[in-house]
Design a binder for this molecule. Structure first.
Ligand code: HAM
Length: 412
């Protein structure tokens, strides 16, 4: 028997309720903030990610699912931001809409070592706002992210923020870090020894305890920021305070992707173990230009849906179900059931019946398992009298109705 690929998951019908629940809440929240949905392809040219995430980013180095054909190398998208900026420029949205607020929901792919909360196919709920460097947007995007987290009953989350500053500030931070880490370079893990050479900021993200201790002893502050970026960061923090959004400034937060500058943030949950980031994001003011577009600001975030589901407390086991379950007993009644079901459905009433020839008891059990709101019972005698029994499954009460009145009753 074939098995699913490691690090992928089947989302079975009994689990889909929680997915639909989160997706519906997310869609409603995005529409409250006036974001529009975008869907881009699952495959992109691999070069798009090499160029924007950075050649030394872990995703590019080790985690891309690559598809080689004769001339091109494609990648299953490891994230949404680069693809959305590509789409924004390719479709001339910079010339038509200019400023745009987008959201997306869909699968992403990274060739990681699978573990709890870390998959090879996982799902993002994310957003990207392109066309403005305004600090007010940083506040809005973080507020939206918190709104989403709260709405799906996640508690004890932590919002960590930092500012990387402009490209010049990032360079300053890089040089200062390189210098500061030189004296402990031999104590760093093998990966970090390489990172010091290639992308020293990644050392700050390392989970290795020794590396973390060394980094913390550096007592980093926001001294790399130029006056403009420092003022911008102050504006973001003031904006968050005005909205009572709790946050911690975390000078070690750099995020592993090259395209970030200025504000970066991460939302973590203490109960998720080593993979505790439920979502993350930040500004990418140079990405649009990097991909050949104009000098416009951009900011966004993405949540990992699998991790949101691990952190959420009150996931509903079944959504509101108005299903009507028809049980027909006797050959005449059975031959009429398709007609009744058809008219229920054409009138917008969700309905189903038993196709396994079950007894009344068995069919009632099936109705119960399907969380039916009502059961309709039709026997040959009832059919002759033109009546049908309607049972309310929550109260257990039942009454008889004429077939003509059935639709009217169920619709109100
Ligand atoms: P990211 O931090 O790479 O950011 O991913 C965002 C979230 O996706 C993580 O916080 C985590 O919850 C989830 N995630 C990442 N990798 C996995 C995995 N292997 N298995 C399960 N969940 C995972 C980005 O992708 C950026 N594009 C976010 C962004 C949008 N920045 C600006 N706009």
């Amino acid at each position: 028997m074939f098995k699913r690929v490691p690090g992928t998951k089947d989302i079975l019908p009994n689990e889909i309720i929680s997915w639909q629940w989160i997706e519906t809440i997310a869609r409603n929240i995005f529409s409250l903030y006036n974001y529009q949905e975008i869907r881009t392809p699952l495959i992109e040219e691999a070069g798009l990610f090499n160029r924007t995430l950075g050649e030394s980013a872990e995703i590019v180095q080790k985690q891309m699912f690559l598809i080689h054909n004769q001339e091109d190398t494609y990648a299953l998208r490891p994230e949404g931001t680069a693809a959305i900026v590509r789409s924004y420029l390719e479709n001339n949205l910079d010339k038509t809409s200019g400023f745009i607020k987008l959201f997306y929901i869909g699968p992403m792919f990274r060739l990681e070592r699978p573990q709890k909360g870390r998959l090879r196919q996982f799902h993002h709920i994310g957003c990207e706002v392109i066309g403005s460097p305004d600090a007010g947007l940083d506040v809005e995007v973080i507020a939206l992210a918190e709104h989403l987290v709260k709405s799906i009953s996640i508690e004890n989350y932590k919002i960590k923020i930092n500012s990387l500053g402009c490209p010049k500030d990032k360079k300053k931070l890089t040089l200062a870090l390189k210098e500061a880490l030189q004296k402990n370079i031999k104590e760093l893990c093998a990966d970090c020894q390489e990172r010091v050479k290639k992308n020293v900021l990644r050392v700050l993200d390392c989970k290795n305890e020794v590396c973390q201790k060394i980094v913390h002893e550096l007592s980093l502050k926001s001294t790399h920021l130029c006056p403009e970026c420092a003022a911008n960061f102050e504006e973001v923090k003031t904006g968050l305070k005005n909205l009572d959004i709790p946050f911690q400034v975390q000078p070690y937060l750099v995020r592993g992707l090259d395209y970030y500058n200025r504000t970066v943030f991460e939302i973590s949950h203490p109960e998720l173990g080593s993979q505790d980031a439920i979502g993350a994001g930040g500004r990418y003011n140079n990405l649009i230009q990097e991909l050949g577009g104009p000098d416009l600001g951009g900011i966004g975030f993405a949540f990992g849906v699998e991790r949101l589901l691990l952190a959420a407390k009150n996931i509903p086991v079944n959504l509101d179900n108005n299903l009507v379950y028809l049980i027909s007993l006797g050959s005449e009644a059975k031959s009429n059931s398709a007609k009744i079901l058809n008219s229920l459905r054409l009138n917008g009433i969700p309905s189903d019946t038993d196709y396994l020839n079950k007894s009344l008891k068995g069919a009632m059990r099936a109705a119960n398992d399907a969380h039916a709101k009502y059961v309709l019972i039709l026997g040959d005698d009832e059919l002759k009298k033109n009546i049908i029994t309607l049972k309310d499954m929550s109260s257990g009460t039942q009454r008889e109705l004429t077939l003509e009145n059935l639709i009217k009753e169920l619709k109100c």
